[in-house]
Design a protein around this ligand. Structure first.
Ligand code: MTE
Length: 304
């Protein structure tokens, strides 16, 4: 039965279905499309190169902006495995994700240990911008489910106001946890519960149409597109509900430099960087950073 897909306001575009080779040859298609017309192009390729689905400030972006997987998967932050972005895809191979478990505790009806394999939610694909505090950004097609669905299943108590996430701790396989021993490992992050329940807040289990590889935070990571990338914690091993704002890796490391919110804002220098512009790996030019990373229409209301 045919179903009509109603795009959500944050949706980037029909390029969700764009295979990477078509993405990479987009200039060729753009040339052809001038002759064929966008409707014909849409019929042939499943998308129209004239469609610009960016939800905010579309003029900032060209239509095909998904970062090629070869770039996104070779340029990562995962400090457990070192500080060399180009090496993480290799050094993170040691992480063993089979039989992965997630402990659930704190202010929740039923503290328990979840088997990752038994988590079953309807899968969605979401194309989101990811803006790192180091002033670079990528556009990534994630697969997963809204965090809200998991929260509802876990049933936090009425007294819970925050959710805290913790990554694995294993200095034997994660050299960063051993070498940088003064840092507050394991990596932790947190959100207010209303942020965590927002429709944009996503639990990713896949990327570019396949399960998450280790460098992107296998088997389960958070993606919060309007906050700096460090909030999007990888390889989640514990979830806890709390009454008070939880300390996180960065707020405990440098409380004066990092705040809990970490919402993308071009006018406010954050951490060690000016935040007005961002660099796209593999490209020369920089682009302007947008308030809430371009998702202001969807999330600004959370902060009134
Ligand atoms: N999660 C853990 N556990 N450890 C990390 O060092 N780095 C964060 C975030 N999640 C990090 C993490 C930062 S700074 C960024 S920008 C993103 O992951 C990068 O995600 P990507 O490598 O999948 O693009």
């Amino acid at each position: 039965m045919a179903s009509i897909k109603i795009p959500k306001s944050w949706q980037i575009s029909e390029q969700e279905v764009t295979p990477e080779d078509i993405y990479l040859r987009r200039r060729e298609f753009l040339g052809t499309s001038l002759k064929l017309g966008s409707a014909t192009m849409a019929a042939i390729y499943g998308f129209s190169p004239f469609t610009n689905g960016w939800s905010a400030e579309p003029e900032q972006f060209s239509p095909s902006t998904i970062t090629p997987e070869i770039i996104a998967s070779r340029f990562n932050n995962f400090y457990e495995f070192g500080v060399e972005k180009q090496e993480i895809w290799k050094s993170s191979r040691k992480l063993q994700t089979e039989g992965w478990r997630i402990e659930v505790g704190g202010l929740v009806k039923n503290p328990q240990t979840l088997e990752f394999e038994t988590l079953k939610f309807p899968e969605e694909e979401r194309i989101y911008r990811l803006r790192c505090v180091e002033a670079w950004s990528v556009v990534i097609p994630w697969i997963g489910f809204p965090l809200r669905l998991l929260i509802d299943k876990l049933e936090p108590l009425a007294s819970a106001r925050y959710i805290k996430f913790t990554t694995f701790l294993d200095p034997i396989i994660a050299p960063g946890q051993k070498k940088r021993f003064w840092e507050p490992w394991p990596y932790t992050e947190g959100l207010r519960l209303d942020e965590a329940r927002h429709d944009l807040t996503f639990m990713a289990t896949g990327i570019y149409g396949h399960p998450l590889p280790n460098q992107h935070g296998a088997p389960l990571r958070l993606v919060i597109p309007w906050k700096y990338g460090f909030k999007s914690i990888k390889s989640i091993a514990r979830i806890e509900f709390t009454r008070e704002e939880p300390e996180t890796f960065y707020t405990s490391l440098s409380p004066l430099v990092y705040d809990f919110d970490a919402n993308v804002h071009p006018d406010i220098p954050y951490a060690r960087w000016h935040q007005a512009f961002e660099r796209i790996p593999g490209q020369e030019e920089t682009v302007k950073t947008l308030p809430y990373n371009g998702y202001a229409n969807q999330v600004a209301g959370l902060y009134l």
